[in-house]
Design a protein around this ligand. Structure first.
Ligand code: NAP
Ligand code: ZN
Ligand code: ZN
Length: 352
């Protein structure tokens, strides 16, 4: 085991109902396959809030969230091949997996049969210690789980691609979304706005399904053909059985049946949002229209690199609002009010 001597400032939650505060940790020196990076930017995902507040009932405290990380490599272990000191690099939701099970071998590390090691609130496979995420000055990660960032992309705008980006890119790819299809994106937040950008880039006709009339102009600017106000029964009726595919990014309890009714015969609604409580699905809405109800979890490392390269080629980054680390608690409150355009990114230099 390598010495635990890398002093690191972080912001951590210490309980479900207290604000995050400054917290010092020690990280281990890199193992031969690991590298150390100084974190430049970290995106703020709604999952960070679910986790900091123990809404998924598995949080280990102190909890240092953050899994949309872009930084600069400052040290590499002897066996590291892909990266050198000075490279811009990125880390997403996972920092390790077993590498031997069928999903791991199939580049689906997020579905590792022995459970992936998540970037925070995970268990380090060697030390068995709790993992700490990107709300920190620096991080040590196995190079297999570190991504290359295309040089033309803005670093801060790239950070949210590591979760919000891949989580929407992956299902759109898996279900072959493209020209000739009408796609609905429910919820114009961090995931939703990336879903709109990707679905439009893949050539689909995109509709944002939102409760927020104030987001209409942004939705169109991001690439949507139209907006369906979910609070307006008439508009919802107008799109009855009109869509081929829907991504549901809603973070809170909601009536998924209202969205399912927008699907054509054999249409597919893919859940990526992870609300605290179970959803209730109307059997008749599914069976009479032989609709599909699917789910998706981030994406594997190979696909995440493919997504980043696609973004490099098409100049796609996230629309961000930059904050200082000490503004994180305020940012959480604004996310909960759906008041973010469309991802907060922390300037990690503010923690120096
Ligand atoms: P976010 O930025 O807060 O966006 C969620 C959006 O959902 C809001 O902007 C809002 O859009 C809509 N919404 C919120 N509450 C709603 C309600 N009660 N009813 C209807 N719509 C509502 O969150 P995010 O970071 O995109 O994350 C979204 C969810 O995905 C979270 O639960 C997160 O944990 C989960 N997630 C899953 C994965 C995965 O791999 N599956 C990865 C990352 C995140 P409007 O204002 O447009 O209505
Ligand atoms: Zn996330
Ligand atoms: Zn595995």
């Amino acid at each position: 085991m390598t010495p635990k001597s890398i002093q690191t400032r972080t912001y951590a939650a210490h309980s479900p109902d207290q604000p995050l505060t400054l917290h010092e940790i020690q990280r281990h020196e890199p193992r031969p396959n690991q590298l150390k990076m100084e974190i430049d930017y970290c995106g703020v995902c709604h999952s960070d809030i679910h986790q900091a507040r123990n809404e998924w009932k598995n949080t280990v405290y102190p909890c240092v969230p953050g899994h949309e990380i872009v930084g600069t490599v400052t040290q590499v272990g002897d066996a590291v091949k892909k990266f050198k000191v000075g490279d811009t690099a990125a880390v997403g939701c996972m920092v390790d997996s077993c590498r031997t099970c069928a999903p791991c071998k199939d580049n689906l590390e997020q579905h590792c049969e022995n459970f992936p090691t998540f970037t925070y609130n995970g268990e380090d496979r060697v030390t068995k210690e709790n993992t700490y995420g990107g709300y920190s000055q620096r991080i040590v990660v196995d190079e297999h789980f570190v991504l290359n960032v295309p040089a033309n992309l803005d670093k801060a705008g790239t950070a949210p691609l590591l979760c919000a980006g891949i989580t929407t890119y992956s299902p759109l790819k898996r279900f072959h979304v493209g020209p000739g299809q009408r796609v609905g994106i429910v919820g114009l937040g961090g995931l939703g706005h990336m879903g709109v950008k990707f679905a439009a880039a893949f050539g689909a006709e995109v509709y944002v399904i939102s409760r927020s009339p104030s987001k209409t102009n942004d939705a169109l600017r991001l690439g949507a053909k139209g907006v369906i106000l979910s609070t307006d029964k008439e508009q919802m009726k107008q799109f009855d059985r009109k869509l081929d595919f829907i991504i549901d990014t809603v973070s809170a309890d909601h009536d998924i049946n209202a969205y399912m009714n927008l699907l054509k015969l054999s249409g597919n609604i893919c859940l990526v949002g992870a609300p605290e409580n179970p959803l209730s699905v109307e059997a008749f809405s599914l069976v009479f229209m032989r609709r599909n109800f699917s789910g998706s979890l981030i994406g594997g490392i190979k696909e995440t690199q493919e997504m980043l390269d696609f973004c490099g080629q098409h100049n796609i980054v996230s629309d961000i609002e930059m904050i200082r680390m000490d503004q994180i608690n305020e940012a959480y409150e604004r996310i909960l009010k759906s008041d973010v355009k469309y991802r907060f990114v922390i300037d990690m230099k503010s923690l120096a």
